[in-house]
Design a protein around this ligand. Structure first.
Ligand SMILES: Nc1ccn([C@@H]2O[C@H](COP(=O)(O)OP(=O)(O)OP(=O)(O)O)[C@@H](O)[C@H]2O)c(=O)n1
Ligand SMILES: [Mg+2]
Length: 366
């Protein structure tokens, strides 16, 4: 039995960029061989094992053939007689179809090094089209390596288009699509993910709400935030749509609740780019809708998005200050004074309004 390093680690080492995991392939072994050495079987559909100590993934060399529609219709053949070359040829891109021997030498039967040098994302073989998820993967790699000058090879773009014009993309589980999109949003040039999907018509199928946006509009996702990159970038992207389309899209791709909530908040509050919030009533109403009293972190993310989108620090600062002023008012105190139910809410509203009035007067004087 022989073990090779494969996939992203080989590619990224050669590229000279950091990599985050090791994928291994094992040739000439049976599942029993690995189990007897203490490896743990984890693959549901494929023979994949975890190393007893490093817990890294070791996959038996295998071939795959499409046997039915959708993402699951694969026949997988793993056996000790499957060669390394046979395993590598079923992979998506030439730059992902290289292996490294334990003496450090590179096995590269399909021109991965040539394509790394020429900066091409190029499919390995016609079997590329058997896995529709690859359309999203390639768009994601494009978003990742665009800054290095990588392009998608024309023939590969054509195959992506072929997949996209059929119904195969629609057979992908929404969770898989979301996972790729979420990863893409964290890449160096996230807008290129959407541009590639638009160019290959995949966007028409998967997220038609986005398919009419321009490259300029997509580029809003480039704006960085300090943390939770994909959360703020997703909200910024959807803020390019009307609220109805934004909501439809969230449902369609099953965006997690946190993502949908922030996106919808931003979509509904488009007007904060201008400084309309200098009336106390408007400011307080806005604040109550954003509800930082119960959702402080979401409020912070919202303000971050506004700062990135509108470049209006004064408005966001006003909202932040208003929140701080209102937070200082204690509803418990009102209850102690004998107020109940609606009367508390009313008194709270007046006190908050008063606090914001004061805030606006002092800021005006400055
Ligand atoms: N739909 C897929 C998924 C994976 N692979 C192959 O499996 C390897 C490992 O997959 P994965 O870890 O998802 O991607 P990496 O290329 O390792 O990239 P990353 O840095 O994101 O881990 C890929 O390089 C590729 O050879 C593939 O051909 N087709
Ligand atoms: Mg990997």
């Amino acid at each position: 039995m022989k073990t090779y390093l494969v996939g992203g680690a080989v590619r990224d080492k050669l590229l000279g960029v950091p990599y985050h995991e090791h994928d291994w392939v094992v040739v000439g072994a049976t599942p029993e061989d690995l189990l007897s050495q203490g490896y743990q079987a984890v693959g549901k559909d494929f023979p994949v094992f975890l190393h007893p100590e490093t817990k890294e993934e070791y996959a038996l060399a295998r071939t795959e053939r499409k046997s039915g529609p959708g993402y699951t219709g694969f026949d997988c053949y793993a056996s000790p007689d499957v060669t390394l070359e046979e395993d590598l040829i079923r992979r998506d891109l030439t730059i992902n179809a290289m292996a490294e021997d334990n003496d450090g030498s590179i096995i590269d039967p399909y021109g991965g090094q040539r394509d790394l040098e020429k900066k091409y994302l190029r499919h390995v073989s016609a079997a590329f089209i058997e896995d529709p998820l690859r359309v999203l993967r390639i768009a994601r790699f494009y978003a990742r390596y665009h800054y290095l000058g990588f392009q998608i090879a024309d023939e590969t773009l054509q195959l992506m288009q072929t997949i996209s014009t059929g119904d195969e993309l629609l057979a992908l589980p929404a969770e898989r699509v979301w996972k790729e999109m979420e990863k893409a949003l964290r890449e160096q040039s996230p807008q290129q993910f959407f541009i590639a999907l638009q160019q290959t018509k995949a966007l028409d199928k998967l997220m038609p709400e986005l398919s009419l946006l321009t490259a300029e509009q997509f580029s809003i996702v480039q704006k960085a935030s300090e943390h939770k990159l994909s959360l703020t970038r997703f909200a910024l992207l959807l803020s390019q749509l009307d609220t109805h389309s934004a909501e439809t899209l969230c449902e369609k791709i099953k965006a997690p609740k946190e993502y949908k909530e922030l996106a919808m908040l931003l979509a509904r509050h488009q007007q904060y780019d201008s400084e309309i919030v200098n009336r106390a009533e408007v400011l307080l109403d806005t604040l109550e809708q954003l509800d930082p009293f119960r959702r402080e972190q979401r409020f912070e993310h919202f303000l971050q998005c506004c700062e990135l989108k509108f470049d209006s620090p004064r408005t966001t600062q006003q909202l932040r200050d208003a929140f701080i002023a209102c937070k200082a008012i204690n509803a418990g105190e009102l209850a102690k004074q004998g107020l109940k139910g609606k009367a508390i809410a009313k008194a709270l509203y007046s006190l908050r309004l008063e606090a914001i009035h004061q805030l606006l007067t002092t800021t005006d004087k400055e």
